[in-house]
Design a protein around this ligand. Sequence first.
Ligand SMILES: *Cc1c(COP(=O)(O)O)cnc(C)c1O
Length: 449
Amino acid sequence: MSDPRRAIPSVESVIQQLRIVFDHELPHEFLADSARQSVSAARARANAGEDVSSEAVVADAMAQTQTRRHNLLKPVINATGILLHTNLGRAPLGATTIAAMTANAHYTNLEFNIVEGTRGSRHDRAGDLLAMACGAEAGLVVNNNAAAVVLVLATMARGREVVVSRGELVEIGGGFRVPEILAETGARLVEVGTTNRTRLGDYQNAVNADTAMTLKIHASNYRMIGFTEATPIAELATLEVPVVVDAGSGLLDEQTPWLHQRPDWLADEPGVRQCLEAGAHVVTFSGDKLLGGPQAGIIVGRKDLIEVIKRHPLARALRCDKVTLAGLQAVALAYLNRDVSSLPLWSMATEPLDALNERASRICSRLAGSTVVITEAAAGGGSLPGWTIPSRGVALVVDNTAQALRVLRIEHRVVALTRDSHLVCDLRSVDPSEDSRLVYALQSITNSQ
Ligand SMILES: *Cc1c(COP(=O)(O)O)cnc(C)c1O
C-alpha cells in the first residue's frame, strides 16, 4: 500500500485551486489560511492511517473559505419579529442617522470648537442633546451601558458602599453581573431586602456615612410577579445619598409623542425622563436598545456629578468614536424634532396591525402555498421580558424546515422562524422596503422543493 501522505496536495496548489473560485473577492491571506488548515488536517488524518485524496483536501478548503466568507459582516433581513435582536445588531439605524455617521466619518470637528478655533470637547453634542431630550441637566456618552455603569461606580463609589436591593442583583448577559461589576470598580456592595420585597426602611437602615449611593437596576431581562415590592425612586430620593438608576433599555420618555397610547408591552418600562423627575441623580441606559441608536452607553443627570464623571481617567478609556457620536447626535435631534420616521425601531414597533396585514397579504399573493399568520413580535435585546407586540407574518409549508432556514440564511441572508413545521417570517422587524427581497427569497425556497 502506498503512503497516504503522498496524496496530500501542497498548500500552494490548494491556494491555486481556491483562487480560481475566489480570486479578486478574497485576499490571498484569507485563502492561504484555509488552505493551510485543510492541508494540516489532512496530514493528521493520514498520520492516523486514514485515506486522503487531493480532491477532498481542496473541497475541504473550499468549504472552509465559503463558511468564512458567509460569516463576514454583511446585512441580513431580520424576519424573527425580535426588534432588538442582540445577535443581529440590536437597533436598526435610519437613513438620517446613517447619513450623519457617513458624513462625519472623514474629518469632523469632534474635539474642535469651530467658532473659536480652539480645542473643544467630544462630549459637547450628543450627550448634551440627549440630556435636553430627557430633561436632564447634563449628559455624557461612552462605549455602551455596561461601560456607563462601570464608570459611574468607579467615579462615585470606589472604596465606599453601594446599597442595592437583593431583587436587583442581576446578571445582564454576557457575564455582566452586578455584584461582580461592583467589586471590580472597588465599591462595596451592601445588599438589602429580600429577593421579592425591598422597602424604604431596608435602604434607610443600610445608609451611613460611608454610603456612596443607592443603586437601582432595572429588571430588563426577567420579571418578578406575585408577592413583590420594590422601592420607588421617589422614596429613595428622600435619603441623604444620591440615587443612581441603571435604566437599561433606555425608553427616553414615557410621553414620547409616537406613544400617545402607551402600548401594553411598554407597561413595565420606566422612562429616563420620569426616573429623573422622580429624583434620580444619575441615570444610565443603552444607545442601541429602545433609544434606537448606535451602540453606546448614555449617562445623564445632575451637572455637578456628570462633570466629575467626565473627568475620571476611565472616561478616556471608555469613550466612543466620532461616527457613533455623530449617529447619536442625529438620534437626539430626531427625538427633539419628534420625528419618528428617522427612528426605524419606533416606526417598526408602532406600525399598525392593518399595515402589517396588508403587507403580509401582498406577499402571500405572490407566493404559492403561503398564508398570513398572527404572530407575536417582541422588543428583545434583553428588554421587556414576557411582553409581546401583536404582529403579522407569512407562513410557508416546506419539506424540511431546518434546511429551508439554512438556505434562507446563507443564500438570501434572511433570518426566519419555524412554527409547527412551517417557516414563518414575522413582518414587524422587516422594513417594508425589504418585502420584495423577502418574496424573492421565499419564492426560491418553494421553487427548489
Ligand atoms: C442591556 C443592559 C445593560 C447593558 O447595556 P449594554 O449597552 O448592552 O452594555 C446594563 N444594564 C441593564 C439593566 C440592561 O438592560
